[in-house]
Design a binder for this molecule. Structure first.
Ligand code: SF4
Length: 214
């Protein structure tokens, strides 16, 4: 009997609602996240000798603190980053840090497909690895969900993402490739299950296509 979609998932953070990604790799899970208030000051001013007419300019932007509580990490990424900030090495400590809310009912290939669709849409098309790579990864992920992919396509995603890293003139291709590699590496069994079943196991319907996998 086929295992359920959740059963194939090897996820140390499954009991934590909030996942913290550092540079596209899930580094920790937390139970609570508090995000402070964000505000932009408004500056009133009078232009020249304009009589009694107040104009407004945007002033300082204030960003509240993000507080993560009750969590766990299975890597040193978050700890090392915290240490760098503590010793004042903020220039090298800069990272893309993302907090994601995701529960057990989310299909990882589907989550990656949605993310990749965004990057494919945003690619300006100037660099071939980005223009072709984002669209290609998205196409493979659609195939995984619709039953038009084979287990070999799981490695194809890794190959395409690998060819996108560090080969373009802006960071968008890397930003698209890093989560693709992280999702497939971390949740590989789930991607393979999609390919073997010929459908998304998080949905109840039967496979749309019968597969003969070589
Ligand atoms: S990497 Fe940047 S510049 Fe190159 S195609 Fe993608 S969005 Fe355009």
């Amino acid at each position: 009997m086929a295992k359920s979609a959740a059963a194939v998932r090897s996820d140390p953070y499954r009991n934590f609602r909030f996942r913290v990604e550092i540079d596209g790799i899930v580094a920790a899970g937390f139970s609570e996240v508090q995000i402070g208030e964000t505000a932009t000051e408004v500056i009133d001013y009078r232009e020249g000798n304009e009589p009694f007419h107040v104009r407004k300019l945007p002033g300082l932007h204030k960003f509240g603190n993000v507080t993560l509580t009750r969590g766990m990490t299975a890597s040193m990424e978050l700890v090392n980053w915290h240490r760098q900030v503590q010793v004042g090495d903020t220039a090298n400590a800069r990272r893309n840090v993302v907090v994601i809310v995701m529960d057990e009912s989310v299909s990882m290939p589907e989550a990656l497909r949605v993310l990749t669709h965004f990057y494919a849409h945003e690619s300006c098309g100037q660099c071939t690895p980005c223009r072709e790579g984002t669209g290609w990864v998205h196409k493979v992920l659609v195939g995984l969900e619709e039953g038009n992919a084979s287990p070999r396509d799981v490695d194809l995603i890794l190959n395409i993402a690998g060819n996108m890293m560090g080969t373009t003139i802006c960071a968008l291709a890397d930003a698209a490739a890093m989560p693709a590699r992280a999702f497939v590496t971390k949740y590989r069994a789930e991607f393979e299950q999609h390919a073997a079943l010929g459908r998304c196991p998080f949905r109840s319907e039967e496979p749309r296509l019968a597969h003969a996998h070589g």
